[in-house]
Design a protein around this ligand. Structure first.
Ligand code: ATP
Ligand code: MG
Length: 434
């Protein structure tokens, strides 16, 4: 609609056409108001029943809530109206009438359960808080892209249908690909490495990953968005530097450009950009600190994976984002390099938010022989990865990288209880549509 004006841009003494949803009708008798809502906010449309054409009044006031209407009329100043202006309509057109019964209340006055909201996501996103989360998600990705460009990384897109998994045989979704077995990709890991080994050198991708997680948890999805980085001639320290800069840029972008959205989520006052540098604890220091909190019944010993309660206790103790470095080689994937002087220690790292893991990364094994040994040690057949390992025969630079779970970044940033709040149409054990 060429001549449409956003409600937020309607200025007094102009005649405008505004279009949007019927948020509410307030009928006071001789006078009634239609509150029209669009992307930018709401505006009051005034109906003076005695003075206006009956048909016009009926069309406006009989439109069920959430119907889509277009209104043309003069804008006037009105201090008592929510936005300080109101429109006196010359014409009202109902573009799409809504049913009188709605599955949920987009004004947010009546709260709905998460499954109902997800089943009716469109209506859910008409709530201010729902819209705000996804405006912020968009800004978070924009700011991350800009931060990647600032460190010379090139945005890439890698295949999501693949012949082999990377994180072991579990957690894979098999599919049929012209009569052959194929899988949905768990991670762009091998592909981003293959591109980092070219002149492109530094790459990033924001794309879907698929994991057949067996359990529903508040922080796992079966389809998630991975924000990936891989850089040639980077070691794990530089990779952590880039990771920190991207996370901070995402927060800064949101702090600068999403004040209204943060307000809609009641975060305007509490929102802060994390302080840098993020502490870098070794795995050994991490387990010692967890043990010292006394949060676990059994003390952790070197080689244990960190249990969720341990992560939480450490998070409370540290109080902000922090890295855990120097993990035992055995609990990190085969493609991560071990320390030269101690093969039991890996260069792998995780970035933690006090509530959960956000990132895993590390320096990669670029020496072909060691890489193949790693495949075997992890019970994977190197032959199946020939497309990948062969490239390591043709000059593979040292390189490092990481992956942020996009929804986890958003859910921790916005203090969302459930990761499903951070995805438009979540995929979990029960949910396959919409
Ligand atoms: P976790 O141990 O928390 O299940 P992970 O170590 O298996 O995660 P990685 O393979 O390290 O996950 O993936 C990198 C990042 O991607 C994780 O740190 C996390 O932020 C995100 N991620 C991984 N799996 C999921 C998932 N199922 N749902 C949402 N985000 C995920
Ligand atoms: Mg991990």
């Amino acid at each position: 609609m060429d001549d449409r004006t956003y409600t937020a841009d309607a200025t007094p003494d102009e005649t405008v056409t505004v279009a949007g949803w019927v948020h509410e009708i307030r009928d006071l008798g001789g006078i009634a108001f239609l509150i029209l809502r669009d992307k930018t906010g709401r505006i009051q449309i005034k109906f003076e029943k005695e003075e206006m054409d009956d048909e016009l009044v009926e069309t406006g006031l009989d439109a069920p809530r959430e119907s889509v209407v277009s209104v043309t009329g003069a804008v006037e100043e009105e201090p008592r109206a929510p936005t300080g202006v109101e429109v006196t309509p010359d014409s009202v057109e109902v573009l799409s009438a809504a049913d009188t019964e709605l599955p949920l209340d987009p004004t947010g006055k009546v709260e709905a359960e998460l499954p109902t909201r997800l089943d009716n996501r469109t209506l859910d996103l008409r709530r201010e808080a729902g819209q705000a989360i996804f405006e912020i998600r968009s800004e978070m990705q924009r700011a991350a892209r800009e931060a990647f460009r600032a460190v010379d990384a090139t945005e890439i897109n890698t295949p999501k249908i693949v012949a082999t998994g990377t994180e072991g045989g579990t957690e894979l979704f098999p599919i049929t690909y012209f009569g052959r077995e194929a899988f949905m990709n768990q991670s762009p890991q091998l592909f981003k490495q293959l591109v980092a080994g070219s002149n492109v050198e530094r790459v990033f991708e924001i794309g879907p990953i698929f994991r057949a997680e067996e359990h529903n948890t508040p922080r796992h999805l079966n389809e998630a968005t991975s924000i990936d980085f891989e850089g040639a001639f980077c070691d794990h320290h530089e990779a952590m530097d880039v990771c920190e800069s991207v996370v901070v840029a995402a927060y800064e972008g949101v702090a600068e450009n999403c004040t209204e959205e943060l307000g809609a989520l009641d975060l305007a006052e509490d929102f802060s950009v994390p302080e840098t540098p993020f502490p870098r604890l070794t795995y050994e220091e991490a387990i010692e600190r967890i043990n010292a909190t006394g949060a676990l019944d059994e003390q952790l010993v070197w080689g244990d994976d960190l249990p969720t309660e341990g992560e939480k206790a450490l998070g409370d103790d540290v109080g902000g984002h922090y890295f855990i470095t120097d993990w035992p080689a055995d609990i990190k994937p085969f493609y991560i390099m071990d320390h030269d002087d101690d093969e039991t220690l890996s260069t792998g790292f995780d970035l933690m938010h006090p509530r959960m893991e956000l990132v895993s990364g590390g320096q990669r094994e670029h020496r072909r022989e060691q890489l193949i040994e790693g495949f075997e040690a992890q019970g994977l057949d190197p032959e199946a990865f020939e497309y990948y390992t062969k490239i390591f025969r043709y000059g593979m630079p040292p390189h490092a990288g990481w992956a942020i779970g996009g929804e986890r970044l958003l859910m921790t940033m916005l203090e969302l209880d459930n990761i499903r709040e951070a995805v438009l149409f979540p995929r979990d054990r029960q949910r396959l549509s919409p």
